[in-house]
Design a protein around this ligand. Sequence first.
Ligand SMILES: Nc1nc2c(c(=O)[nH]1)N[C@H]1C(S)=C(S)[C@@H](COP(=O)(O)OP(=O)(O)OC[C@H]3O[C@@H](n4cnc5c(=O)[nH]c(N)nc54)[C@H](O)[C@@H]3O)O[C@H]1N2
Ligand SMILES: Nc1nc2c(c(=O)[nH]1)N[C@H]1C(S)=C(S)[C@@H](COP(=O)(O)OP(=O)(O)OC[C@H]3O[C@@H](n4cnc5c(=O)[nH]c(N)nc54)[C@H](O)[C@@H]3O)O[C@H]1N2
Ligand code: SF4
Ligand SMILES: [Mo]
Length: 747
Amino acid sequence: MPGPTTTAPVEQKRVMDPSRQRHGLATRRVLCASCDIACSVVAEVQQGRVTRIRSSDNPLFRDNICVKGVMAPKSFAHPERIRHPLKRVGHRGSGRWERVSWDDAMADIGARLKRIIADHGPEAWAVSTSQWNTGTDHGLGRRLMNHVGSPNWISGVAMCAGNTAAINRFTYGWYPWPDYDNTRCILLMGHNPHKNSWVPIHNAIRRAQKNGAKLIVVDPRRSENAEAADLWLAPKAGTDGALLFGLLRVILDERLYDQAFVDRWTVGFDDLVERVGEFPLDRVAAITGCGAQEIAAAARLYATHGPSVIPWTPITDMQRNSTSAIRLQGILRAICGYLDVPGGEGMHGFHPRIVPESVVEMHEALPEAQKAKQLGADKYPAFTYRGQAALRGPARRVWGYEYPNQVTGCFMANPTAVFNAMADGDPYPVKAFFALGNNALLSYANLPLIQRALMNQDLVVVQEHMMTPTAQLADYVLPGDSWLERPWMFDAFGWISLHKPSQQAMEPPGECESTWQFWKRMAGALDMDELVPWDNLREFYDWRLEKLGIDFETFAETYDVHADKLEFRKYERNGFATPSGKVELRSSVLEDLGFDPLPYYRPDPPRDPDYPLDMFTGVREHEYFQTGGRHVPELRKRTPEPCLFISPGTAARQGLAAGEWVAVETANGRIEVMVAIRDNMPDGLVRVPHGWWKPEADMGLDGNLSQALKLSDAILCRDDEDFMDREQGIPHLKGVPCRIVPLESTS
Ligand SMILES: Nc1nc2c(c(=O)[nH]1)N[C@H]1C(S)=C(S)[C@@H](COP(=O)(O)OP(=O)(O)OC[C@H]3O[C@@H](n4cnc5c(=O)[nH]c(N)nc54)[C@H](O)[C@@H]3O)O[C@H]1N2
Ligand SMILES: Nc1nc2c(c(=O)[nH]1)N[C@H]1C(S)=C(S)[C@@H](COP(=O)(O)OP(=O)(O)OC[C@H]3O[C@@H](n4cnc5c(=O)[nH]c(N)nc54)[C@H](O)[C@@H]3O)O[C@H]1N2
Ligand code: SF4
Ligand SMILES: [Mo]
């Protein structure tokens, strides 16, 4: 997701194209954060307001722009944007608010949080954020929580690249990034960047193809990338883990791996061979529905047309076999010799002269006894402190710091465990919940549980642009600024060592503030001012850039991108950041945690005949980022309603017509959707879009939280044992048994 798509040394000085400067217009070079890929774009400013977003002057980035970015100024100027702090006056969910000052709000929040901590301990405070959107947290929240003593931080990255990063660390100690510029083969496990989704990655893939790279796509649906692929495999949803075993089987049987690398740099190869032996291609074909021949063809292409890459995919972050599927991708990378080589997947480490957010977070300040209380650590430890503890020493040895929090996903509590503690006090009560730039109610599995959890809080604080369903259940709703209204330094989520600056283009409206500023206020409210010794974001960036010998404003004037010189095969110097110093095909960390040290495949539970179809959620809609954006009329008219995407065959069998409203039901609940028939959908599988609510609809519980309680996919998503990954405890969203019922026959 980070900016440029190369692992070659990059230091792009600022490029301005005078022919593109219009008379009388001020321009600012900004990074779009209307999704989480941070395109470099230009903001045109007139009379203190951004009037237009256009593409970058730098030819490298000129094509990196999409409809969401272009419409951002409209989104941020919406009349219903939250511009002042609001305090709840009616009962929770009544939708009644009064305007208060920031100072009063923070004084009360601080006092109430102190009381909760005094009564229940610091672990009774949980925070959910999306660092992508808030953009300016920069680890300050974790820093404060670590000093207060709460380990209970969660984020949507638990189902996105964050958990993938944590699991990758088990195998080779750092989550690598693809070198699209030099690769010869790209394997997309479902991931489907397109013209309105992660445009820089879409462009990088297309460029790679033009340069002769092959494209293999694994997707049950004929996606945009499937159409552009050299080879398209369409497995049954949720069976990626089995398919990956099939690829490995062919590569091992035909000895297509890098023997020298395996001999010198891996442990557990013989055990792996034995485990893969349990997956003959006919078994894989039976599980996935893909033919043995096409599986073999994909494996050969990946292994012999390298260096190849398997870009990050959220699809295997959201499956019952997630940990194994992520590990299998790592194992493929490693044994084929594609780790940390040009055209393969680079392991950058930290930028040596810019203070990383991981260091800002100060995880070493959280006492071990508090780390041990992190919710979910006992049962689902993989991405918790406990799960990652054995990697601390190796990380220090190789990367210079014990807590590399790549993609912010390596030291999280388990979201479901946090919601259980909030709702039922089990295993201990959580009574204060902060959602910062995160629409928590809609952004995890099992919405009814999250709703109960929120209703059972003594203090809910939300920082937002709009009155989201989550905000509607808060005690305080605080006004957040936007990416046009603050300076920003993007660190590529600590995934790669690239840094990109973003200039502030306009003043925030009303009393909107950054999440960084919220945390600074919070430090004051908790009598911990000394933890945030910087007056504002610019000073904080100046501090982080000190070793580079440049202040933020100069940095932003000078560079489009900054990275230190990148080297390859760094492991030859320090080994890998794992306990053995090698690539752990057999994971000592998983073994010590009591799990199978080898990848395995857990079949679907027996089908309940009441739910004859499968549904998946998570396909991204062009116009919206996740649960946001529905308030922008220009976008909304393009996709006005949540649809159920279904094949012509399944629609005919179910007697459904396009445009008809139906209910989709799983064992967890039901939502309402409009039927949309698509011939790129396979029979038997239906697709439910993520994140629907209607900002224009009545607010509060009486209005079903702006219809979120009727429309959100999170109602359908299950978090019971059969639908959770064993090691991480993240939900299976790809292939959930469902049924479709006419609206009038549902209760
Ligand atoms: N059920 C289900 N859950 C999912 C997924 C799914 O497919 N289904 N997908 C998962 C994935 S991949 C991800 S990445 C996560 C994303 O989960 P979230 O991070 O919660 O993503 P959004 O829904 O975009 O919520 C972000 C909120 O921040 C607000 N916002 C935007 N910009 C700013 C800002 O600058 N400042 C402040 N203060 N607020 C801002 C927006 O109005 C929006 O309400 O969800 C995950 N959860
Ligand atoms: N416009 C827009 N762009 C976005 C976002 C957005 O909200 N809006 N969100 C951003 C974020 S946070 C993320 S995480 C990315 C996600 O973007 P992607 O990684 O592209 O993920 P999705 O769009 O959810 O689904 C991609 C493909 O996975 C396929 N798929 C479904 N189930 C399975 C399965 O079981 N196995 C396999 N192999 N494939 C399957 C679907 O058919 C679909 O074509 O998009 C980013 N880009
Ligand atoms: S892909 Fe679109 S929304 Fe995402 S950062 Fe780029 S311009 Fe913004
Ligand atoms: Mo995501």
